[in-house]
Design a protein around this ligand. Structure first.
Ligand SMILES: [Zn+2]
Length: 199
């Protein structure tokens, strides 16, 4: 996770301009619209982040997607969803994978730009996947988590034509300039990439 604030003001301005052009009677209710799409990943459960915590976009048309960024949450699964749903946290990821059973929540549409990498450039071109756990507690990285996350990453790679290698499936710690260490030294990259390729 990260707490950067990539251009929230710009989003508000664009939203205001768009609303100004729509007759008032046609406006949807305050929670209608983007909060309730079908998940992009069929096995995902829709758990929407607050629209204040990501940038609406039309990827891959507007921004090519060529990276998957792997994170570890440093809090539990429900706590992560709560952070993403809190409109002042200014952080989100597209997906959260639960430790115990590998259950996948989708919090941001893949077309939209989640705020997870701490870098606008890397946010625009990536899908962010959070994993429940702590970097210094390898017990959270269960077989189910590895397998279901790898299946998710494989589906993302197929959809966007992303090579299934370590140049394109990276850790948060590999984002230039970051001070984050996740997913940390206990994350088994060799196993993970092998699983991604085997799907
Ligand atoms: Zn992270």
């Amino acid at each position: 996770m990260e707490r950067a604030r990539p251009f929230p003001a710009r989003r508000r301005i664009l939203k205001g301009a768009a609303l100004a052009a729509v007759p008032y009677a046609l406006l949807p209710g305050p929670r209608a619209g983007a909060q309730t799409p079908a998940p992009d990943y069929p096995l995902g459960e829709w758990q929407p982040a607050s629209p204040a915590n990501y940038t609406a976009a039309s990827r891959p048309t507007a921004h090519p997607v060529d990276l998957v960024v792997i994170h570890v949450t440093q809090t539990d699964y429900s706590g992560t969803l709560a952070v993403f749903q809190h409109p002042r946290k200014k952080v989100s990821a597209h997906y959260v994978v639960r430790s115990a059973d590998g259950h996948v929540a989708q919090c941001v549409r893949e077309a939209d730009i989640a705020w997870h990498a701490g870098s606008w450039e890397h946010n625009t071109r990536s899908i962010g996947i959070e994993h429940e756990g702590w970097v210094d507690q390898p017990g959270y990285f269960t077989d189910a988590m590895y397998e279901r996350s790898a299946a998710l990453t494989a589906a993302v790679c197929t959809k966007y034509g992303i090579p299934r290698d370590r140049a394109h499936i990276i850790g948060h710690y590999e984002i230039p300039g970051t001070d984050h260490t996740d997913p940390g030294p206990h994350w088994d990259w060799t196993r993970y990439i092998r699983l991604v390729r085997s799907v």
